[in-house]
Each structure stands twice: as structure tokens, then as C-alpha cells.
Write a protein that binds this ligand. Structure first.
Ligand code: NAI
Length: 333
């Protein structure tokens, strides 16, 4: 049976890394019928919209998308495609497993944690306005419904995957009402899962502990903005943005994408590392029930990275995106 899936190449290095991943998925033999859809800058140039209706219709139909990064200009200009997509499809949970990969140089060798980020509200929703010239208000909306929903997701994930613990990250000592509500909601859910050890850390202290002893963390559940920042910090613990995957999950729709952005500094040079998107695709294969293919792709990736002969520039090598992709296709058993 062929899977009908949506493919969003995106901006910057997006088309390069999605092409690489599609090629590897083809080589592993999973039958996929891709519905290619533009988003971001490319879509804006063609249709005047960064998030065209056909794209949303496609994902609502296929229920599963593989997405390259989409650029969001800083300051004035269009609002984030990623925020828009998550809102439009109610992709409330952002799941980012962060662990060491064989042969990938990093400061630590024992990182194995999962970031569960609330994806729909908080300061990250970008609700801002000018009150009077020189004064801007940015709204941090936190709701009990969204906080409870993400906490439930985190504890269910921890239970299903046999994880060790759940830690809520917050700043409720200062934002007593907003982060306080988040924390109260997570605490309430934690009481329903007495078998899973639960603790809490203030976000600044959590950052220090993460860069000193990351092995003490397992599942982290965070409001949207802290989740965004701490994700990149955690990517730095295991070799950088080129190697950390992610999934945006709703009740019945899933969009798989890497943690990294469109990397305009290396776009169109055939040097981007497709590993992060490939690992996102491995998550997608599991979601689709293609467990054997997921295991084979991950094993091939581990083989290529362990051998260390074909590495992209971000990992200290000199291989192009295409050379790395071919090495991976050859390493599939
Ligand atoms: P970025 O993640 O694009 O790049 C940060 C650094 O990491 C750059 O030096 C880049 O070359 C490197 N890098 C990232 N991915 C890499 C890969 N696969 N292989 C090798 N090196 C890699 O972050 P930046 O520069 O802050 O954002 C650029 C654009 O991406 C912005 O417009 C931002 O809004 C957007 N963005 C989109 C995301 C998404 O679509 N999910 C997520 C994060 C940012």
C-alpha cells in the first residue's frame, strides 16, 4: 500500500534536505505518494500567501506531512509560517527527542532526553501591538486547557516509551499567574501518573543544569517560548542543529520537521546536513506503522556516522549533502 503524504520543501536549505530524505525513503522501499506543497517565501512569491489554502487542505487530507524549514524575516513582514501552520491545524504538541548519535562529536556522550513543548500559545504566539510610539505590549496567554493537554501528552508519552521521569520547566517564581497556571496544570496531571517520578525546575537553573549534567533529565515539558529556546540549547549538547528531529502533533494530524531553520548562510551550497530531517522522517515512519523501514534507516544512519568517512561540514567533515545521501542509500541493508 502506498502512503499519501504531504511534502513541504520550504525555504533556504529546505529543498536540499527534503530532496535528500525523499531519496533515502525511496531507497528503503516505502511506497509514498508525495503531494508537494509550497509554503513560506517560495509560496509568497508565487501566490502572495505564505500558507496557501491548498497546503492546509493537503495536510488535512493526508494527515501526515514532512516539512522543510520556512524562513520568517525578523521584525516587519509576514508572520511565521510555522506558528500559522501549528495554529491552523491545532498541532498542540512539539516533540523533540535529543540524544547522542554514534560518531557525532559533542561535549557529552550520555544525553537521552525528550522535549515536549506546548505549541499553540504563550509569548510565542506573537500577539503584539504598539500602545503608543515607543511602547509595545506583547501578550503572554497561558490557558489551563492547553497546559493540561500538553502535560497529558508528556505523561502519556513517558508511559508509552518507558521513560524515567518528567520535569516541568517554568518561571513561576516571577510570572506567578501565567507560569503558575502552567505549573498547577502539570502538577494536577502528574498526580494521575504516580508511577512516573515528577519534578520541576525554573528555566534559568534548568539551562545551567542542562549544560552541566544533561544526563539527569529525561522528559521535559515546557511552555512554548522556553521550549523553543531550550530545544536549541539541547541540540548543542549532541552535535548541533543538524542532528535533532521533531514532530508537531495534533489530535489526528502530524507534521514532521527538524528543529533547525532555513539556514540561509549555507543555502544552495549542497552542504546542509539532512540528518535532522531524516530522523524526523524516521519518527514519521514509526507514526505510519512502517517500523521495519524506520529501524533500517536509523541503522544505516548510525553506520555512516560511526564510520565517520562521510560527514557533512557541520560535523567536521567535507561531504556534500548529495555525497552523504548516497552513502546512506548504500548503507541500507
Ligand atoms: P537556523 O537553524 O536556520 O541556523 C542556525 C545555524 O545552524 C546556522 O549557522 C546554520 O548554517 C546551521 N544549521 C542549521 N541547520 C543546519 C543543517 N541542517 N546542516 C548544517 N548546518 C545547519 O537558525 P536561524 O539562522 O536563526 O534561522 C533562519 C531562518 O529559519 C529564520 O527565518 C527562522 O525564522 C527560520 N526558522 C524556521 C524554523 C522552521 O521552519 N521550523 C525553525 C527555526 C528557524
Amino acid at each position: 500500500m502506498s502512503h499519501a503524504l504531504t511534502l513541504i520543501p520550504g525555504d533556504g536549505i529546505g529543498p536540499e534536505v527534503t530532496t535528500a530524505v525523499v531519496r533515502i525513503l525511496d531507497a528503503v522501499g516505502v511506497a509514498i505518494d508525495w503531494d508537494r506543497q509550497d509554503a513560506g517565501v517560495i509560496a509568497f512569491r508565487k501566490s502572495g500567501q505564505t500558507l496557501p489554502g491548498e497546503l492546509l487542505d493537503s495536510i488535512r487530507r493526508t494527515r501526515v506531512a514532512l516539512k522543510g524549514p520556512c524562513a520568517t524575516p525578523i521584525g516587519e513582514g509576514f508572520t511565521s509560517v510555522n506558528v500559522g501552520l501549528r495554529k491552523a491545524l491545532d498541532l498542540f504538541a512539539n516533540l523533540r527527542p535529543v540524544s547522542n548519535l554514534p560518531g557525532v562529536p559533542s561535549r557529552f556522550t550520555n544525553v537521552d532526553l525528550v522535549i515536549v513543548r506546548e505549541n499553540t500559545e504563550d509569548l510565542y504566539a506573537g500577539l503584539e501591538h504598539v500602545i503608543v510610539p515607543g511602547v509595545v505590549e506583547s501578550l503572554k496567554i497561558i490557558t489551563e486547557v492547553a497546559s493540561t493537554r500538553i502535560a497529558e501528552f508528556a505523561f502519556r508519552h513517558a508511559t508509552r516509551e518507558g521513560r524515567r521521569s518528567v520535569t516541568a520547566i517554568h518561571k513561576a517564581n516571577i510570572m506567578k499567574l501565567s507560569d503558575g497556571l502552567f505549573l498547577d496544570s502539570v502538577r494536577a496531571v502528574s498526580r494521575k501518573y504516580p508511577q512516573i517520578p515528577y519534578d520541576e525546575k525554573i528555566v534559568d537553573a534548568a539551562c545551567m543544569h542542562l549544560v552541566m549534567r544533561p544526563e539527569q533529565f529525561d522528559v521535559l515539558v515546557l511552555p512554548n517560548l522556553y521550549g523553543d529556546i531550550v530545544s536549541d540549547l539541547c541540540a548543542g549538547l549532541v552535535g548541533g542543529l543538524g542532528v535533532v528531529p521533531g514532530a508537531n502533533l495534533g489530535t489526528d494530524v502530524a507534521v514532521f520537521e527538524a528543529v533547525h531553520g532555513s539556514a540561509p548562510d549555507i543555502a544552495d551550497q549542497n552542504v546542509a546536513n539532512p540528518t535532522a530531517l531524516l530522523l524526523s522522517a524516521v519518527m514519521m515512519l514509526r507514526h505510519l506503522g512502517e517500523v521495519d523501514a524506520a529501524v533500517r534507516v536509523k541503522a544505516a544512519l548510525d553506520r555512516v556516522l560511526s564510520a565517520g568517512e562521510v560527514r557533512t561540514r557541520d560535523l567536521g567533515g567535507s561531504a556534500s549533502t548529495t555525497e552523504f545521501t548516497l552513502a546512506l542509500c548504500r548503507a541500507l541493508d
